[in-house]
Ligand binder design. Sequence first.
Ligand SMILES: Cc1cc2nc3c(=O)[nH]c(=O)nc-3n(C[C@H](O)[C@H](O)[C@H](O)COP(=O)(O)OP(=O)(O)OC[C@H]3O[C@@H](n4cnc5c(N)ncnc54)[C@H](O)[C@@H]3O)c2cc1C
Length: 262
Amino acid sequence: MRSVEPEVFLVARPKVDYDAMAAYLREVGGERWLERLDRGELGHDAQDLAEFAGKTCYRSWEPGLNPNVRKVRDDQAAYLQNILKQAHGSVLEHASFTFVLHNVSRIFTHEVVRHRPGTAVSQESLRFVRLEELPFWFPEWAREDAELMKRATALLTELEQFQLWLAGHFGLDDDETKMHEKKHKTSFMRRFAPEGVATGLVWTANIRTLRHTIEARTDPGAEEEIRLVFNKIGELMRAEAPALFGDYTVTDGTWIPSWRKV
Ligand SMILES: Cc1cc2nc3c(=O)[nH]c(=O)nc-3n(C[C@H](O)[C@H](O)[C@H](O)COP(=O)(O)OP(=O)(O)OC[C@H]3O[C@@H](n4cnc5c(N)ncnc54)[C@H](O)[C@@H]3O)c2cc1C
């Protein structure tokens, strides 16, 4: 048994092509909007993309381009706050972030895949990846319980030894064992791993989905591992896009947004 901690790696984020945006804005007469980039008022790619998408809707790059629009919000934070307030969340779907959720249990992965719109998932396959040791996360309160740890460690060690025995029994390391046979038996063997075995997935979500999942999965009623992971995701997103994640009040690991369900 190897004791592990759930970890979050933010591995991809949106990258705006400002030249292409400028070319489009020249077409519609909205170049002035992008001048804010030189003044340092733009430059957060995800936020810029959301504002760009929103301003495209009303052609509100500057007053008068759309005769119905007499004034526009030039301050990005105020503009995006209004998007959240108006629940105009579809513009937030353009920006997606990709995370590796590492050393998370199968309990966690079962729960996170329940979130469907705006997500993409690639999960470590325990049909292919053979378990030898059993990586396992213990919450701090469990680590402090010596008797619990003694019994849990003994149980996990026995399960580990059974995995090794099965691999030998099935001859999985024999040169002549074909991949389809390894896959068949590895899939059988994972049935003897606990739900708490640490594994991982690549999880992509757009900002609209991130806002919803951070709120739902840090709720006091949510499972403790998923709360831990979504607290980390919340912290990362608040640093990445403060104008889109700065409205949460965080109390004891519970993230409550000022604007819910955008
Ligand atoms: C604290 C907690 C406890 C839970 N307990 C259980 C449990 O005991 N058993 C269990 O099975 N699950 C449980 N779940 C999972 C829960 O029921 C949801 O499946 C999961 O949280 C996904 O969230 P969501 O329904 O908001 O959907 P998401 O897939 O995250 O979708 C986001 C939003 O899009 C809209 N949407 C998505 N799909 C549809 C659709 N098909 N039709 C209409 N609107 C849609 C909804 O407004 C939805 O809220 C729990 C979740 C939490 C947070």
